[in-house]
Ligand binder design. Structure first.
Ligand code: NOJ
Ligand code: CA
Length: 654
């Protein structure tokens, strides 16, 4: 007779998984039916012994009477070619160990823990295969810990807040973490490592936040549904990857690509996806010239759209975003969002006519769906709404989810809950079917799924320039590369040149607005100010935005510190030209950039930097635009004013 007891090999196990270069050691342990892992780098402790596990509603914890049935270890070495992005090629090299576990007593459940150890981090996930007694389960909690030194410094934004991910970064000690924080959760340990905790391939599950548990250990805090559980799932099921990015410096952290690598290759043919630089009927509403709602100053009229299309042609842009064209903006649009119509235009806007005009001028329309988080209303119209755009040749859509929570079936749910995650995924997959690319505002955070769904070109998903006019300090854009941008690109709505406008005073210098096109990567890059500002006042400055690409062959972060400054060089995919951008916080800075990454050709450097008397408060328009020939043995000395920055184009001289 078959006996479970004979089947099991081990009820204790210790197994070390090494990174391909041998520097990172990850130890997996099964002891007294409990699972643990720990991580050292160069024999220095980075993560102390930490619990692993999942709790299931109405069932015993998965960790009773656990035995290891089988383990499986292999190495993986691959070069991934990206359809678009900050690099053309990235390496996906790791050692993987998989632990197949089972309970030796009823209910005899089985599950798997899979680890991947890279040269720059550790990832693991739980996998629950199909099994007779369980087709559907409800996960009540995850027991994953990240037992990191409590004296580590943390840079974080709070979770469970009305403005979702749109907060200023705060620097604290890990031991004083109150409540939960979003990921990427970036830390510096007392022994000098820079880490970021995040997750990859977030599907059908609540997103992971970081909190301190009752034992005062950092742990995964999964965003709950309104019923208090974390996720209702069908088997087989696998959790997202839990990821610990590891680097020796802040700047090295920004070269981490594990999140992207942990996702599956594209599902289908995405050769139709193209990156885009665009202007939009948008900032004019923010500064009060136009309105989203219909009326005398309505922004999204056929007339304005055609004017913007003409301006896009003159400015060398490829697209025009049009917000506020559809029914739903009158009165209190936040309250009334439940009635938004995504296929019905206001009387003064004719989408087929605008689309025809745009196509004739070779300009892409970027459509817009503001859902205000009324998910039922949006999902009821989803197919029609995307068909309507597709039928009019619209290949780009910006979606928005304003509001503190989503409304679904009368329940209020977090944007970052399982319901939110599944909703966003539905839009990405439907958009892919219709050959539409997305820029999602108020999104779910990035977890690298654009590897699988390259039509998800960008997200706003952090405090962006719309918060200018008081709520953004120059430090903010110096935190992003080390935190939020580890999760993917961001539409920061760059290029606001009318800095001193009365409604939204911007904490910037003019040159810094150009820097953002390099320091904050976005595959859909918006030049957000009104075209007349560019054309009438700053044509010579706008030239940089006209030139800058939206997809790069190579990215080389050059220098920086979290919240202080960031300098990065990127090589254009098409021309082989290089672009360098830098931003600083409230402190002025002089930087020395050696150009040894160039090939042996001569380049003309077009330098847009702050003048010596520039200052983000007192003299934001102080800019110096100069040109000179340089080569790989040269260096550039650049001045960044307080709250300033710079942008450089290095054009190959033929
Ligand atoms: C709020 C967003 O923050 C803003 O960018 C957008 O234009 C409006 N909602 C309308 O969708
Ligand atoms: Ca917003």
């Amino acid at each position: 007779m078959f006996k479970w007891a004979n089947f099991f090999k081990k009820d204790e196990l210790k197994k070390e998984i090494l990174s391909p270069n041998g520097r990172i050691h990850c130890l997996f342990e099964l002891k007294n039916s409990a699972l643990y892992y720990s991580v050292t780098v160069d024999e220095k402790r980075v993560v102390s012994r930490s619990r692993l596990g999942l709790l299931v509603c109405g069932e015993e914890p998965f960790t009773n009477n656990l035995k290891v049935i089988r383990t499986n270890t292999h190495g993986h070495e691959e070069t991934i070619e990206l359809p678009w992005g900050e690099n053309r090629y990235i390496g996906n090299t790791y050692n993987e160990s998989c632990f197949y576990l089972a309970e030796s007593e009823a209910p005899n459940r089985i599950f798997t823990v899979r680890f991947r150890v890279f040269n720059d981090g550790v990832a693991f996930r739980y996998e629950i295969p199909p099994q007779p007694k369980f087709q559907r389960i409800t996960i009540s909690n995850e027991q994953t810990e990240f037992n990191i030194d409590l004296n580590s410094t943390v840079w974080k934004i709070p979770a469970y807040q009305p403005d979702r991910y749109e907060y200023n970064y705060e620097k604290i000690n890990l031991h004083s973490l109150k409540g939960s924080a979003h990921t990427p959760f970036t830390l510096k340990t007392p022994n000098g490592f820079y880490l970021s905790l995040h997750e990859a391939a977030l599907y059908d599950y609540g997103s992971m936040n970081i909190a301190l548990n009752n034992n005062h250990v950092a742990c995964a805090d999964i965003t709950p549904l309104s019923d208090g559980t974390k996720a209702h799932v069908s088997l087989p099921f696998q959790t997202p990857w839990r990821v610990i990015m590891i680097a020796n410096s802040a700047i090295e952290l920004t070269t981490n690509h594990i999140i992207y690598c942990l996702n599956e290759p594209p599902k289908g043919d995405f050769s139709w996806v193209k990156t885009l630089k665009f202007i939009g009927i948008w900032w004019a509403m923010y500064v009060g010239e136009w309105t989203w709602a219909p009326g005398e100053r309505h922004g999204a009229t056929t007339k304005h759209a055609k004017e913007y299309i003409d301006a896009a042609v003159r400015l060398g842009m490829q697209g025009v975003l049009i917000e506020g064209w559809n029914e739903g903006w009158e009165g209190d649009w936040l309250e009334n969002g439940i009635h938004n119509k995504f296929t019905v235009a206001e009387n003064d806007f004719d989408l087929p006519e605008v689309a025809r005009y745009a196509a004739a001028k070779n300009i892409e329309i970027v459509g817009h769906h503001e859902t205000v988080g009324f998910i039922d209303n949006y999902e009821n119209q989803l197919e029609d709404a995307y068909n309507y755009y597709a039928a009019n040749g619209v290949h780009y859509v910006k979606t928005g989810y304003a509001g503190s929570k989503m409304t679904v079936n009368g329940h209020r749910e977090w944007h970052h809950s399982q319901i939110g995650v599944n909703h966003y995924q539905k839009t990405v997959e439907l958009a892919a079917k219709k050959h539409i690319c997305l820029d999602i505002h108020e999104p779910i955070k990035g977890t690298g799924i654009e590897r699988t769904w390259p039509n998800l070109l960008t997200r706003e998903g952090a405090r962006g320039q719309e918060y200018e006019g008081g709520a953004l300090s120059p430090s903010h854009a110096c935190y992003l590369p080390y935190t939020r941008l580890l999760s993917g690109g961001m539409d920061y709505t760059n290029g606001i040149f009318d800095i001193t406008n009365n409604v939204k005073r911007i904490s910037t210098t003019l040159a810094r607005q150009l820097a953002y096109f390099i320091t904050i990567y976005s595959a859909m890059a918006m030049a957000a100010d009104r075209p007349y500002i560019y054309e009438e006042r700053f044509a010579n400055v706008f030239k940089f935005i006209r030139d800058v690409p939206t997809s790069f062959a190579k990215t080389l972060p050059l220098a920086g510190e979290i919240g202080e400054y960031y300098i990065v060089a990127r090589e254009d995919r098409e021309s082989g030209d290089w672009y360098i951008g830098g931003v600083t916080d409230e402190n002025e800075r002089r930087v020395h950039i050696t150009l040894d990454f160039l090939d042996s050709q001569v380049y003309e450097a077009e330098i847009y930097c702050d003048s010596e008397d520039a200052h983000y408060r007192d003299n934001p328009f102080g800019i110096a635009i100069t040109k000179k020939h340089v080569g790989r043995t040269d260096a550039l000395d650049i001045y960044m004013a307080a709250g300033g920055g710079f942008a450089i184009r290095l054009r190959q001289v033929k």
